[in-house]
Design a protein around this ligand. Structure first.
Ligand SMILES: Cc1cc2nc3c(=O)[nH]c(=O)nc-3n(C[C@H](O)[C@H](O)[C@H](O)COP(=O)(O)OP(=O)(O)OC[C@H]3O[C@@H](n4cnc5c(N)ncnc54)[C@H](O)[C@@H]3O)c2cc1C
Length: 515
């Protein structure tokens, strides 16, 4: 599908009638671009020569404003201080030149027509949860999709989901229609970034990754064309969007998902005594690998002296069967849990439980971003992928010894994920047992030391055999990132990126084209 390009350009005043950008906007842009090489922001040096050569003038923000009105937010505008923020407070130093709050694919096309070819970074933002703030490029244009958050469930069970929707909005709308989509746990994560990188969650083993449920996507590519990616249309793009990582191939404006009927679920949370990490990790690896697809469980270790493990998860089915499976794990680990909670829940209540907002109304669980109140965190996190063979549990536990304030989250895969071949979609980790995320709170003052600690654990896991990494836990310090995120799919992904974005309009430091 292609929107009428001529009408769009005419509306923007492009092709000879361009209006010069306001002086304060040009100054703001110049300053921001100069700052872009510093700190954690993607460096302008990462931009390909061709894009830099095109950078004669700043983008014509006035033309974009003529289209978007107050939905184009520049540094001097009210709201900029809030709209420029991402979820991770450690990225607060990043100052985009402009934020375009789009309400339609045509707005996205207009953004590209105005900003492309001026040597500034351009990135889409949906939920804003990129660990490294790649959605808010310093000195660049944020194509903000948060106003495009509609969810429509059709009678056949497919769901049309706007790219700006957060998970809790998707869950609430689907639950209303008696349907489910397997996706992540945090209510404010955007469906876009999550899906494009894979999408791991509590229903993954039974229903697959979120990207496995993608039937089609509407995408504005770097040439500002609106395309449909599906099995029958742009099949390479469709393949790449299912696990190839956000920001690499274009701006998705809408997803079509295959949903499933929502059954009753059982959620559980078990605490185990300090010092039992090795026993639990060892038993959990064997147990979860052989468990029915209906069971999903995350083995989580809080670092300390000694470390403390716990288990949280979800079973697609009733309490009795869930308890039976848990008893098996407890017997295998040989450790009695200190706390045990097993509760039947509806789909929506289970999603709220996993999101940590069980006792909240949907409105409280829902992100509030308009009035300056943003639920945010300040953290460093990195990852590896476990399996297919179990790791030496004692040595994994040793990695967490003395690491107070650091968590290791082992989220099970396998099940339906393993039913597809590693090259069936761009997500390559089909034989992995679990993703391993190492997470710690950090402030700007502690960031360096905390990063060193989580990196040590990540590298320790790699020495034990966990070599891959999950692109959605994007990691600035991962030495082998292209191979780790994409494995044998890397080459094909690079050619898809080159085909759809030959001039690297969507360049950022870990764009797959640079791997
Ligand atoms: C608190 C928290 C909990 C999480 N829980 C889970 C979990 O349970 N399971 C899991 O799998 N992951 C989880 N994640 C990781 C999450 O999937 C990634 O951070 C994901 O990239 C976030 O997507 P977003 O839309 O919120 O972020 P954004 O920052 O908006 O986007 C992430 C990347 O995708 C690009 N992008 C965004 N929108 C689009 C679009 N429409 N088209 C093309 N590119 C786009 C951005 O430019 C950026 O590079 C969690 C993250 C956090 C911070």
């Amino acid at each position: 599908m292609t929107v009428d390009r001529r009408r769009l350009l005419a509306a923007l005043g492009a092709g000879g009638a361009a209006v010069l950008a306001g002086a304060h906007q040009a100054a703001a842009l110049g300053g921001a671009v100069r700052r872009a090489g510093a700190g954690d922001a993607p460096s302008v040096d990462a931009w390909p020569t061709r894009a830099r050569l095109l950078a004669h003038t700043p983008p014509n923000w006035r033309a974009l404003r003529a289209r978007l009105g107050s939905r184009l937010v520049l540094p001097a505008d009210p709201g900029y201080a809030v709209y420029r923020l991402g979820f991770n407070e450690l990225n607060d130093g990043q100052r985009p030149a402009a934020i375009a709050r789009c309400t339609s694919p045509a707005d996205v096309q207009a953004c590209l027509d105005v900003a492309r070819g001026h040597g500034i970074p351009i990135a889409a933002r949906s939920g804003g949860h990129s660990y490294l703030g790649y959605c808010i490029p310093n000195g660049g244009l944020v194509i903000d999709l948060r106003l495009m958050a509609q969810v429509h469930v059709r009678p056949d069970g497919t769901a049309l989901v706007g790219a700006g929707a957060r998970l809790i909005e998707v869950y609430a709308a689907l639950a209303n229609a008696g349907r489910l989509l397997p996706a992540g746990s945090c209510p404010t994560v955007g469906v876009s970034g999550l899906t494009l990188g894979g999408g791991i969650g509590v229903l993954t083993r039974k229903y697959g990754l979120t990207c496995d449920r993608l039937a089609a996507a509407e995408v504005v590519t770097a040439d500002a064309h609106l395309r449909t990616a599906s099995p029958g249309s742009e099949p390479d793009l469709y393949w790449a969007l299912r696990g190839g990582g956000g920001g690499n191939f274009g701006v998705v404006t809408q997803f079509t998902f295959k949903t499933a009927p929502a059954p009753g679920l059982t959620v559980f949370s078990l605490g185990f005594p300090k010092g039992s990490s090795a026993a639990l990790i060892g038993a959990w690896q064997e147990w979860v690998a052989k468990a029915p697809f209906e069971l999903w469980a995350s083995c989580q270790v809080a670092g300390g002296n000694p470390s403390t493990p716990r288990l949280v998860g979800c079973y697609v089915g009733g309490e009795t069967e869930a308890n039976r499976l848990l008893d098996r794990l407890i017997a295998a680990a040989g450790v009695k849990p200190s706390t045990r909670s097993v509760q039947p829940k509806s789909y929506l209540d289970a999603m709220k439980y996993m999101a940590g907002c069980s006792n909240d109304t949907l409105a409280q669980c829902h992100p509030v971003s308009e009035g300056g109140k943003l639920p945010r965190e300040s953290f460093v996190a990195v990852s590896r992928m476990l399996g297919p063979h179990p790791l030496d549990a004692g040595r994994v536990a040793d990695l967490m010894h003395g690491r107070t304030g650091v968590s290791l989250l082992l989220d099970s895969l396998g099940g339906a994920v393993s039913q597809l071949r590693p090259d069936a979609t761009a997500f390559p980790h089909r034989t992995s047992l679990a993703s391993a995320q190492i997470y710690a709170s950090a402030t700007p003052g502690t960031k360096k030391a905390v990063t060193r600690t989580v990196d040590e654990i990540r590298d320790g896991l790699a020495r034990l055999g966990a070599t891959g990494a999950y692109v959605n836990y994007i990691d600035a310090g991962l030495p082998d990132w292209g191979q780790a995120y994409y494995g044998a799919n890397l080459g094909r992904l690079k050619s898809v990126a080159r085909h759809y974005d030959p001039d690297r309009v969507f360049a950022f430091r870990q764009n797959v084209a640079f791997a």
